[in-house]
Design a protein around this ligand. Sequence first.
Ligand code: HEC
Length: 152
Amino acid sequence: MPLEFETDDELERSTNQWMAVGAGLLITMALVFPFYRWYEPSSRDEAREEQAANLAAEGETVWSFNCASCHGLNGEGAVGPALNSQQFLQAATDDQAELLIAVGVPGSEMSAYSLDHGGPLTSEQIKSVVAFIRSWEPDAPDRPDWRDMVGG
Ligand code: HEC
């Protein structure tokens, strides 16, 4: 009998110990989970922002080699309209800008830039240059005359 008692005691102690460990784990997970939930989407947002920033950086190169001569190094306009203006940036969606750059404006100095239309740029490069143009939007100047320099 006394021996059995000891064994039960031992078993109970070990059971209690494991239950305590289990409860501890459960509480830890319950505490950590909200942080994980909070951190996960924010790290995805960061990845998305980083991707957009990389695309815009690639677009800056495309811009300086292909577009700056007519639209200005910072999009301020020259022979071509000022694309850094609030007026252009608010009026045009990314898709519209990509299409226009791909096919050009017939009868103007704005030629077609996509490979499909005999231009030098891949669709990825056109996307990137639009991302670069878009990156001006936060401090885009108000320029009601943004189209006035056309042909000038
Ligand atoms: C040889 C000069 C020239 C070059 C180089 C040039 N553009 Fe243009 N671009 C123009 C002119 C001129 C217009 C105005 C066309 C019109 O509507 O008559 C224009 C229009 C545009 C428009 C449309 C603006 C609107 O009216 O909504 C976009 C967008 C644009 N250009 C982007 C680009 C991009 C991006 C590049 C480089 C890949 C580029 N352009 C290169 C001359 C140029």
